[in-house]
Design a protein around this ligand. Structure first.
Ligand code: PGA
Length: 257
């Protein structure tokens, strides 16, 4: 299976800054076999960046979209409109769930819409600090995972990516903590077992599971070496070219190990 390194720029950089930053990344990044690198700039930068892109090196991901294709939905952009611009789309990020109150139903519809449009959804799931403290991690992960995939046909499941992102480990969250490889391994096991139980091992084995939450060049190797982890979703560190590039270099080393 490929290893995925995905940078989520969130609501950072103007269009001009995004373009300069991408230019910098394209100059330094040397990709490798079995490594897929993608960045998720803000929506308004997708069009200009898609013209500037060398897709052999970096692909584009959307941070958000609406699940209907066209119609009277003022202010929204659909995945149908993003076709041709992006290869991936982040869905269900905790900032969408908790700041913008996206429901499980929204998320499930978005996952299905992306698959229908041939864009790979990166379904983010993860427990909050409270849920973790109350021992609810397993239930939350199963609900978000199987709920999010509910409207995807079994034969399309090889077109989705899961990202495990414990909310308490996301760098911008108040009192964020670093997840240990042990913490992550436990949750990834829950995710993999749930996928197997629901869809069978053969299908489950085709689904990449990424980790996200305060990933940086110091912890990337340890995180990428966890059994069952196929890549990283990176927020803060993806905004610094040196750090993002360092993580890509680390991923290349881990792949050949
Ligand atoms: P972080 O963000 O790397 O800054 O913790 C990860 C994410 O929110 O996807």
């Amino acid at each position: 299976m490929k290893t995925f390194i995905v940078g989520n720029w969130k609501m950072n950089f103007t269009v001009g800054e995004s373009s300069i930053y991408l230019h910098k990344l394209l100059k330094r990044i040397k990709t490798a076999r079995n490594l897929e690198v993608a960045v998720a700039p803000s929506l308004i930068a997708l069009q200009p960046l898609s013209l500037q892109l060398d897709r052999k090196k970096i692909k584009l991901a959307a941070q958000n979209f609406y699940f209907r294709d066209f119609g009277a939905f003022t202010g929204e952009v659909s995945i149908a409109q993003l076709r041709g611009l992006v290869d991936y789309a982040i869905v269900g990020h905790s900032e969408r769930r908790y700041i913008f109150h996206e429901t499980d139903k929204d998320i499930r519809s978005k996952v299905a819409a992306a698959v229908r449009m041939g864009i790979t959804p990166i379904l983010c799931i993860g427990e909050t600090a409270n849920e973790r403290d109350f021992g609810e991690t397993e239930g939350v992960l199963k609900d978000q995972l199987l709920g999010g995939l509910q409207d995807v046909a079994k034969e399309d499941l090889d077109k989705v990516i899961i990202a495990y992102e414990p909310v308490w480990a996301i760098s911008s969250v108040k009192d964020a903590k670093l997840a240990t490889p042990d913490d992550i391994e436990k949750s990834v096991k829950i995710i993999r077992k749930s996928l197997e139980a629901k869809f069978g091992k053969e299908t489950a084995d085709k689904i990449p599971v990424l980790y996200g939450g305060s990933v940086n060049p110091h912890n990337a190797e340890a995180y990428l070496s966890i059994t069952g982890v196929n890549g990283l979703l990176i927020g803060g560190a993806s905004l610094i070219a040196d750090q993002f590039d360092d993580i890509i270099e680390i991923a290349k080393k881990v792949i050949v190990k």
